[in-house]
Design a protein around this ligand. Structure first.
Ligand SMILES: Cc1ncc(COP(=O)(O)O)c(C=O)c1O
Length: 470
């Protein structure tokens, strides 16, 4: 093994952190008997600490019998008794629970993953674990949980969603219009079954959310495109398109991050009224707008023309697999008839727990807390990028959501930038899969920040700077 990377914090002496991380690798068996360790100099360089730090850590490990020095040959792992290993594991688990160190897996020669700017994640630190557990336990005691749930969603959850949608998104609706499901994609697939016989084509944002595109393609809708620029959508196209069905992300365009103005929203609604069509409004992270209050949803202007899609994946937890759809009155009955013999996809336990979570005011508290947390992370990421890169990059979509798009002025391609970043231990993501007919002149990369700490964000950007240096 000749390369390790640990993220070191300022909270504790560095030598101690190096010592603890090494001990974890040995006792977990990642480093095995007689494996060689990186030299004191090499490890100090990789971790960007002094040689004294790595020397002190190694000396401690030698003193405790974990490793041995063999003169010029370097340091090697000693054999450990199995019982000792188990005890150590328990000890480590406790230590890890307390400290939660960020530790990348060592690999030989290549740098391990250090910072992952993945967009599809939420912050684990602020997850309301205790409250959710308590409520989930209570829900499990309800007799109704021991049978299949309601077909179109738990009535208690719908009851909570009605005032929430009005207060937070301006959408005035009833429980009758709300359908619960497990994800936006699943809801799109379902509603696609209903619409495809009457609407052969669909207009999709370009670039736009590929997850939605996949759902429409599976139904063999003819795809027409609505070009979107960094400044917003080119709505003139509406005059010429054949489609009477439009899928959009008006509050936070995916991936550029722009929000539609009220004039643009009205244009869309007028179009839907004129062509007697529908707009599928994907409001996937409308809760997280940082500069002003969240913009009211399109469905607040004319709910008879909008199929509104909301999800708990960004605002709460992707793993909870809960989403909802608000249907115009005209579609409620056809939807219920079409899916009358299909069981609900979303867990009734999670639906019930979420209903309780909302009823007790925990949901509002959670959103407030997360908005503030993500706002701080967003600001930090943008500042770090600007500090490190200056005019070499442009940041798009920093006013809302859980990711940004970075436009890099570089002779390197999107793929090359991603690969270079990876060799420096940083994962960033392409935006090319989101484009249909349009292309971008400069490479555009998507950087999510929600689950990263402030330190990780800083480190990630520093590494990117090194990786993308001309
Ligand atoms: C635009 C957009 N809509 C919806 C979703 C996903 O929502 P769900 O998890 O409910 O399918 C995503 C996920 O990244 C997204 O980017």
């Amino acid at each position: 093994m000749d390369d390790f990377i640990f993220l070191l914090t300022e909270k504790e002496a560095k030598y101690k952190q190096v010592y603890q991380q090494m001990k974890i690798l040995i006792t977990q068996g990642t480093l095995q008997t007689n494996d060689s360790l990186p030299s004191i100099r090499k490890l100090a360089e990789t971790l960007q600490v002094s040689r004294n730090t790595t020397l002190t850590a190694y000396e401690q490990l030698v003193a405790e019998g974990y490793i041995r020095g063999e003169g010029r040959k370097g340091y090697f792992v000693n054999a450990l008794e199995p019982v000792f290993l188990q005890e150590q594991e328990q000890e480590q688990e406790q230590e890890q629970e307390q400290e939660q160190p960020v530790l990348s897996q060592p690999t030989s020669n290549t740098t391990s993953l250090l910072v992952d700017f993945r967009a599809g994640a939420v912050d684990q630190t602020y997850f309301p674990m205790k409250t959710w557990r308590q409520l989930a336990n209570q829900v499990l005691q309800e007799p109704s949980c021991y049978q299949y749930g309601e077909l179109f969603g738990d009535p208690l959850l719908k009851e909570q969603l009605v005032p929430y949608l009005l207060q937070a998104r301006g959408v005035s609706t009833t429980s009758e219009n709300i359908m619960i499901g497990s994800s936006t994609q699943q809801m799109l697939l379902y509603v696609g079954f209903l619409l495809k016989d009457h609407f052969p084509s669909v207009l999709l944002e370009d670039p736009g959310y590929n997850g939605a595109r996949e759902a429409f393609q599976l139904h063999r809708f003819v795809i027409e495109t609505l070009p979107v620029m960094e400044t917003g959508a080119q709505l003139d196209i509406l005059k010429h398109c054949q489609a009477r069905l439009l899928y959009v992300t008006p509050s936070h365009h995916f991936p550029y991050g722009v929000s539609m103005t009220i004039q643009q929203r009205q244009t869309l609604i007028q179009w839907a009224q004129q062509v007697n069509g529908y707009i599928l409004e994907d409001d996937y992270d409308g809760e997280f707008r940082y500069t002003q209050q969240p913009f009211p949803a399109l469905a607040s202007i004319d709910p008879s023309k909008v199929i509104y899609l909301g999800t708990f994946s960004k605002s709460f937890l992707p793993g909870v697999r809960l989403s909802y759809m608000v249907l115009p009155n005209t579609l409620v009955q056809p939807f219920k008839e079409r899916f009358a013999h299909f069981e609900q996809n979303a867990s009734s336990l999670h639906q019930r727990t979420m209903a309780q979570f909302m009823a007790q005011g925990e949901w509002t508290r959670h959103i407030k807390r997360m908005r503030l947390t993500y706002k701080q992370k967003m600001q930090h990421l943008v500042q770090e990028l600007q500090r490190q890169f200056g005019p070499q990059i442009a940041v798009l979509g920093e006013q809302s959501g859980l990711y940004i798009v970075v436009k890099v002025k570089s002779p390197l391609s999107e793929q090359q930038l991603i690969q270079r970043a990876e060799t420096y231990g940083v994962k960033v993501y392409p935006t090319s899969p989101f484009f249909i007919n349009q292309t971008s002149e400069d490479p555009l990369l998507q950087l999510g920040f929600s689950k990263l700490t402030m330190e990780e964000i800083k480190l990630g950007v520093e590494r990117l700077k090194e990786a993308w240096q001309p």
